[in-house]
Ligand binder design. Structure first.
Ligand code: GLU
Length: 318
């Protein structure tokens, strides 16, 4: 077995919240407990939603918590740049390879049109693409392109089977449960699915640890790994941390954002509580991230989503 290479892959669209940090902590502990390396890659594909200021803040927050990394971020490294907004040419070359296989096509459907159609939906609630633009003639493409620039879609078919190392065996029929998916939006922004696979492949990532909300993306990503002949990483998804009413934590609503927590708590208070939620401590007592490395056990990480206990961050004053 070679060295374990993991990554933090934040989308710098706001301050990190406890849910992001929970996944980062487990990703970090998993890699560090295997003596591996960790890469920080900023997933700032969408210039409308992300900013360099948030990217810098993410780095500061991770460093504050003692979650260090070996490559990427402002540290740089051989596989850079480590900001997806700077890797467009590389994604373009991957897209061209898929196009050369005859697997891509321009799609002129708008989001509104797709949502209006009563097509079946994926597990994430997105409409499964009905294939409207799959077989357009060159004349039709030319005509439609005068009205609006197209997105690029990938023809998706086949059944993807894999084992998530935390949630067990998974299966997804791409044609019926996912449909042809977007690789590049009409405005030129590359899709997360393509960028994440291209980058994890190019950066030699062997272990992907992230929230369970992305478990249903893994089959699309494995499909891309196979088409691009890239070595597949091991996937280990982790439960989500939910607000008490069952809502997903969100950056926009400032749910338990690190901004607020840092004003009242020390790094070890935050890490201790997260480690307790992650099943690694019997009590939410203060602990430095590095002290958890020798005691970290994947078997103790819960599988059920975690409701943030009332007053978890109010019971102790700093
Ligand atoms: N950038 C994604 C996010 O912040 C995570 C991507 C991944 O881990 O594959 O949600």
């Amino acid at each position: 077995m070679g060295e374990t290479v993991g990554r933090f892959a934040p989308t710098p669209s706001g301050r990190m919240h406890l849910g992001n940090l929970f996944s980062c902590l487990i990703a970090w502990l998993s890699v560090r407990s295997q003596g591996g390396r960790i890469i920080l890659r900023q997933e700032d594909l969408d210039p409308q939603r992300t900013s360099p200021a948030f990217a810098a803040q993410v780095e500061e927050d991770l460093a504050f918590l003692g979650l260090d990394w070996d490559e990427g971020g402002t540290k740089g490294g051989p596989a850079g740049p480590y900001r997806q907004s700077r890797r467009g040419d590389f994604y373009e070359s991957c897209l061209n390879r898929l196009a050369a296989m005859g697997l891509t096509y321009p799609c002129f459907c708008s989001r509104a049109e797709l949502h209006a159609a009563s097509a079946p939906h994926t597990a994430d609630g997105d409409p499964i693409y009905p294939g409207t633009c799959r077989n357009l003639s060159p004349q039709e493409i030319e005509k439609k392109a005068q009205a609006r620039p197209p997105a690029v879609r990938l023809k998706a078919s086949g059944k993807i089977l894999f084992t998530d190392r935390h949630y067990g065996p998974q299966a997804q029929d791409l044609a019926t449960e996912c449909g042809d998916f977007i690789l590049r939006r009409w405005d030129g922004v590359f899709a997360y699915q393509l960028a994440v696979v291209a980058d994890d492949g190019a950066m030699g990532v062997t272990e992907v640890v992230r929230g369970r909300d992305l478990l249903s993306s893994a089959p699309r990503q494995l499909y891309l790994y196979r088409l691009l002949a890239l070595p597949e990483p091991v996937f280990r998804h982790v439960p989500l941390v939910l607000a008490r009413d069952g809502r997903r934590l969100s950056k926009r609503e400032q749910d338990v954002s690190l901004d607020r927590l840092k004003k009242r708590y020390r790094a070890q208070d935050i890490i201790g509580r997260l480690a307790w939620l992650a099943g690694q401590l019997d009590r939410p007592e203060p602990v430095a991230a590095k002290e958890l490395i020798p005691v970290f056990r994947w078997e103790k990480v819960p599988k059920e989503d975690i409701f943030l206990p009332e007053r978890l961050f109010e019971s102790t004053q700093p």
